[in-house]
Write a protein that binds this ligand. Structure first.
Ligand code: PMP
Length: 412
């Protein structure tokens, strides 16, 4: 394991890769971690440990196994709170993914808004951080405003002042674009929001695989992400929210596990986070996610950042040197992660992916659930390669070779 103490010897992605059973096939060049990252051994162990030794339902159990399950589930909440540097475990709500976390926020925090209130989004958002707000806007007469992007695909923060008004109640932005890889400069966003009394939510789906998060340092109010992009299982995610805000919010879904008392006519709900966790939660997945987040916290992130930046530099440089390739996103490595989208002249994004798959290179192609952004770029989708900590030079080389061959075949 690449622990902090081992960092002095440098970061060895090849060694890390061996911790991932899903990457055992050396012919696979997995460059699709922005869609779903692979899971390290310790997550499989946590899942297996729960399923064999503690599989039972949580919370109201009176037998040993149920207590073990509850303890493990609460333990995962504590692990997530540490990963986020949250003020308290009780600020961590388990959801089913980033999409369900943002829907929870829209349906719950959204009910505290009135007609004419405004929400500031951006043209860079994943549909998951757009359509829930569109629905809310249509239902409650709320006005959506949008930050534009710069020509290179970053949030245009110069427009903050003109787009944020006294009616703004929430600024909901991506922490890192799933198309351009651009990382949001959060401080000016928070300052602008505070100046009008608005809250800030970050969609962290694309940021969480690239370092633990510090919600206190970020100064935001809500943070949403999916477990499967943070080396954890699918079917689980997190909405972190400041305790004082969560306490003001009504439940989104209701049912078992989240009530204090119920009569035929009404129900009294538990305080957060359980108020927002109706029904049996994704217990095993939450425990697996806790293990993944704990594992991440033990890593040397300075070394990993350097490693990912080095691979991203090769990827960007190599793609830029191939005739007919257009990169969508900033080239400055200080402004981005290793999510690299590109278009090829005369080859559709889907075809790029199909051709590269023949060489064992796993990419994603299309609109990446961010259609409005592609309208601004005037592009009909893109192919996307995404770098994670376990990728190695051969993965990037295989991609570049494949794209070069494809470009040659179309040129001739
Ligand atoms: N936001 C961003 C920026 C994403 O990249 C994704 C996943 N592609 C999501 C939200 C939604 O995540 P999920 O599908 O896991 O809910």
């Amino acid at each position: 394991m690449i622990t902090k103490s081992a960092s002095r010897a440098g970061f060895a992605a090849g060694t890390v890769k061996r911790l991932f059973p899903g990457l055992a096939d050396r012919r696979l060049h997995y460059l699709d971690s922005a869609a779903t990252a692979q899971m390290p051994d310790c997550v499989f162990e946590a899942l297996r440990g729960f399923e064999i030794e503690a599989r039972a339902n949580v919370h109201e159990g009176l037998h040993r196994r149920a207590r073990a399950a509850t303890e493990a589930y609460n333990g995962a909440r504590a692990q997530a709170a540490r990963f986020l540097n949250a003020y308290s475990d009780q600020e961590v709500v388990f959801t089913y993914g980033a999409t369900s976390a943002i829907n929870l926020l829209a349906h719950s925090f959204g009910t505290l808004m009135v007609a004419g209130d405004e929400i500031l989004l951006s043209v860079l958002e994943h549909h998951s951080n757009l359509t829930p707000w569109q629905t809310l806007a249509a239902q409650r007469g709320i006005v959506l405003r949008f930050l534009p992007m710069t020509p290179e695909g970053r949030l245009d923060l110069e427009a903050l002042e003109s787009r944020i008004t006294d009616r703004c109640r929430l600024v909901a932005l991506t922490h890192c674009s799933n198309v351009t890889g651009a990382v949001t400069d959060v401080a000016p966003v928070v300052a602008a929001a505070r100046s009008v009394g608005a809250k800030v939510m970050l969609d962290g789906a694309q940021h969480v695989a690239h370092s633990p998060v510090d919600v206190r340092a970020l100064g935001v109010d809500f943070y949403a992400f999916s477990g499967h992009k943070a080396f954890g299982p699918t079917g689980v995610g997190i909405l972190w929210g400041r305790a004082a805000l969560l306490a003001t919010m009504p439940p989104f879904m209701t049912g078992g596990q989240m009530v204090e008392t119920v009569t035929l006519g009404s129900a009294r709900f538990r305080p957060p986070p359980r108020r927002f966790e109706a029904g049996t939660p994704p217990i095993a997945a939450a425990i697996g996610l806790g293990a993944a987040l704990d594992w991440m916290q033990g890593l040397d992130w300075n070394a990993i950042r350097e490693h990912e930046a080095r691979l991203t530099r090769s990827l960007l440089g190599g793609l830029a040197s191939i005739k007919g390739v257009r990169i969508l996103g900033p080239l400055d490595l200080r402004l981005r992660t290793g999510v690299v989208s590109f278009c090829m002249e005369h080859v559709s994004p889907e075809e790029v992916c199909i051709q590269l798959d023949r060489k064992g290179v796993a990419l994603r192609g299309g609109y990446h659930c961010a259609q409005p952004l592609f309208e601004v770029f005037r592009a009909r989708g893109a192919a996307r390669a995404s770098v994670a900590l376990y990728n190695v030079d051969v993965d990037v080389d295989a991609l570049l070779e494949g794209v070069q061959e494809l470009a040659n075949s179309r040129a001739g």
